[in-house]
Design a protein around this ligand. Structure first.
Ligand code: C5P
Length: 227
C-alpha cells in the first residue's frame, strides 16, 4: 500500500512504546500500540469470566471489543455503558502486571490473534503509522518500509519497569518483575503462532546503552535513508 509504516517489535519493557510514540510524534503519524489490544482483550475476558484456555470464547471477546483511543485515554464500552456515553477509561487498568501477564497467555491462541487482525490493519491511515508489538513486522505489516527490532538486557528492562511502577507510587519487587518478564518473553518467543522474532529484513537496535532521544534519532535517520 502507499501508506507508509514503521514497525517496532521487541520484548517486554524494551522501550518500544516510548520509542514508537516519540517517532510517531516526530513524523506526525498515527500510532498503534498493539499490546494494548491484547491487554484490552485480557481485561474484558477477566471481567466477563472467560477462561485463559477458552480460545473461542476469547476470540469472541476480542471481536466484540469496543475500544476508542482518545489521547492518553483508552475508552472501553461494555454492556453497562449507557448509549451515547463514553466508555470507561481503562488506561491504568491495562497497564497492570496481572493484565499484561494474562495478555501474554491469551495472545498464544491463533483464534485470538486472527480476531484482532483487521482492527490492527485499520490503524494504517495517512500520513503514516508507527506500530509497535511482537509481530508487527513479521505478520501484520510485512510490507513496512522500515522494521526495527528493539532489544535491551533483561536486567535493564526489569529496572525500567521497576522505576515506572515506583514512579507511579506502586510498590514492586525487582526480582519478581524480572522473573515475570523473562517468563513472558519465553512464552512470546516459543509460541507456535506469530512468535517474537526479528523479521528477516529488520534492523536491530539495542537500546541498553542508548537514551530515548538517541533511539528516536536512529529510527528517524534510518527512515530518511529509506525513502
Ligand atoms: O507489549 P505489551 O506488554 O503491552 O503486550 C502484552 C502482551 O501481549 C505481550 O506479552 C504479548 O504476549 C502480547 N502481544 C502479542 N503481539 C503483539 C503485541 C502484544 O502477542 N503484537
Amino acid at each position: 500500500a502507499d501508506i507508509p509504516v514503521i514497525t517496532i517489535d521487541g520484548p517486554t519493557a524494551s522501550g518500544k512504546g516510548t520509542l514508537a510514540a516519540q517517532a510517531a510524534a516526530a513524523l506526525g503519524w498515527h500510532q498503534l500500540d498493539s499490546g494494548l489490544l491484547y491487554r484490552a482483550t485480557a481485561l474484558a475476558a477477566l471481567r466477563q469470566g472467560v477462561a485463559a484456555e477458552d480460545a473461542d470464547g476469547l476470540a469472541a471477546v476480542a471481536r466484540g471489543l469496543k475500544l476508542r483511543f482518545d489521547g492518553e485515554r483508552v475508552l472501553l464500552r461494555h454492556a453497562a455503558t449507557p448509549p451515547g456515553q463514553d466508555g470507561e477509561d481503562v488506561a491504568d487498568a491495562l497497564r497492570q502486571e496481572q493484565v499484561g501477564s494474562l495478555a501474554s497467555r491469551i495472545s498464544a491462541h491463533g483464534a485470538v490473534r486472527a480476531a484482532l487482525n483487521q482492527l490492527q490493519l485499520d490503524f494504517r491511515r495517512l500520513p503514516g503509522l508507527v506500530a509497535d508489538g511482537r509481530d508487527m513486522g513479521t505478520v501484520i505489516f510485512p510490507d513496512a518500509g522500515l522494521k526495527v527490532f528493539l532489544t535491551a538486557s533483561p536486567a535493564m528492562r526489569a529496572e525500567r519497569r521497576y522505576q515506572q511502577l515506583i514512579g507511579k507510587g506502586i510498590s514492586a519487587s525487582l526480582d519478581a518483575l524480572r522473573a515475570d518478564l523473562e517468563a513472558r518473553d519465553e512464552r512470546d518467543r516459543n509460541r507456535a503462532v506469530a512468535p517474537l522474532k526479528p523479521a528477516a529484513d529488520a534492523v536491530l537496535l539495542d537500546n541498553s546503552t542508548l537514551g530515548i532521544e538517541e533511539s528516536v534519532q536512529q529510527v528517524l535517520s534510518w527512515w530518511a535513508g529509506r525513502r
